[in-house]
Design a protein around this ligand. Structure first.
Ligand SMILES: [Cu+2]
Length: 69
């Protein structure tokens, strides 16, 4: 397993946090996702054989948020 911390921009309330958590956990290979509003961040644990950081970023963007470096 690999853990990465992503900078997530555009979340304004706990509903956003719940949305980002849900889309991340829906990515095949993700085993855990902990999202915080302040600061906007997502700590994601995933199986590197099944997914990658780029796919996590795509899932977040598809949900309407932005991912920083
Ligand atoms: Cu919100």
């Amino acid at each position: 397993m690999e853990t990465v911390k992503l900078d997530v921009q555009g979340m304004t309330c706990q509903g956003c946090v719940a949305s980002v958590t849900r889309v991340l956990k829906a990515v095949p290979g993700v085993t855990d996702a902990a999202v915080t509003l302040q600061p906007g961040a997502a700590t994601v644990t995933f199986d590197p054989a099944r997914t990658n950081v780029a796919a996590l970023g795509t899932a977040i963007r598809d949900a309407g948020y932005d991912v920083g470096a």
